[in-house]
Design a protein around this ligand. Structure first.
Ligand SMILES: C[S@@+](CC[C@H](N)C(=O)[O-])C[C@H]1O[C@@H](n2cnc3c(N)ncnc32)[C@H](O)[C@@H]1O
Length: 262
């Protein structure tokens, strides 16, 4: 059977699972995180492979471009894997997430780390930038895998909030999946077939807003030249948990950018 035909046969199960996802994305994220039991390599969280090879791709850029005297905010921190990684590089890190379930998990996983803190916040809501600026002062921002799950109006409001927080010396580092094909091809690459769906994919489909791609074009419209200056960007590999029989984590084409205020 051709790959294309196999792909079309995914449609019924994808539609069935996605029809269960709440209309409100925040409720979807909460339900998703409340259902997570194990994290890291071959855990329940699709994008949390615990891979050092992925974070190593980012280390030079964040160290070169983040002002080390400023705190770092990990926006949409999930269970905090990258918050903990950043805490090994910078003196003070705040992880924030719209889901209180994610923040509870992140706090548990970061127990004993002195330089991390967490908060529940919708980073796209009006006033979130001012709230963060009041709490942290000017800061650097790290974002992994959040813009590609937001609708364009929410992408724009989150970017505006980040602009408020970085003031003149902070920077934004973002890294997002930028899969070139359609969402069925993406699911197929991750191991979905008409007969079986890896459980990590199933819980994402049942709860979460449908992801899109986020590359240079989307960054350009989300971070307009009037407010932002692109410092550097390029391709990266985003790693997802091991879902195949070989137990290897898989790579998804991604895009990173470092931005400063204009
Ligand atoms: C794909 S996960 C990535 C998690 C984490 N950055 C990582 O790479 O492991 C996206 C995260 O963004 C959070 N999120 C979604 N919309 C958000 C918003 N408006 N404000 C803050 N967090 C949000 C979700 O709850 C989820 O934890």
């Amino acid at each position: 059977m051709s790959k294309l035909w196999e792909r079309m046969l995914l449609v019924p199960s994808v539609v069935r699972l996605a029809s269960r996802a709440p209309k409100d994305p925040a409720a979807g994220w909460e339900g998703y995180w409340r259902g997570i039991h194990t994290t890291g390599h071959s855990g329940d969280v699709l994008w949390d492979s615990g891979s050092r090879t992925e974070s190593e791709q980012y280390a030079d850029a964040v160290v070169a471009h983040f002002d080390p005297t400023l705190p770092v905010i990990d926006v949409g921190c999930g269970n905090g894997t990258y918050t903990r990684w950043l805490a090994g590089l910078f003196p003070s890190v705040l992880g924030l997430d719209v889901s209180s379930g994610a923040v509870e998990l992140a706090k548990r996983e970061a127990e004993g780390l002195q330089n991390t803190d967490f908060m529940v916040l919708d980073a796209a809501e009006a006033g979130a930038g001012e709230r963060l600026l009041e709490r942290m002062g000017p800061a650097n921002i790290f974002v992994r895998g959040v813009f590609h799950v937001l609708k364009p109006n929410k992408q724009a409001s989150m970017a505006a909030n980040l602009r408020t927080v970085i003031r003149s010396s902070g920077r934004v580092f973002l890294t997002e999946t930028n899969f070139p094909g359609n969402s069925l091809a993406y699911l197929q690459q991750l191991g979905a077939t008409r007969r079986s769906m890896p459980p990590q994919l199933q819980s994402a489909l049942e709860n979460l807003p449908r992801p899109g791609r986020f590359g240079a074009q989307e960054r350009n419209s989300t971070f307009p030249d009037a407010d932002w200056q692109l410092v550097t960007d390029g391709p990266v590999n985003i790693e997802v948990v091991s879902m195949g029989r070989l137990g290897l984590s898989q790579q998804v084409p991604g895009y990173f950018a470092v931005l400063a205020g204009a």
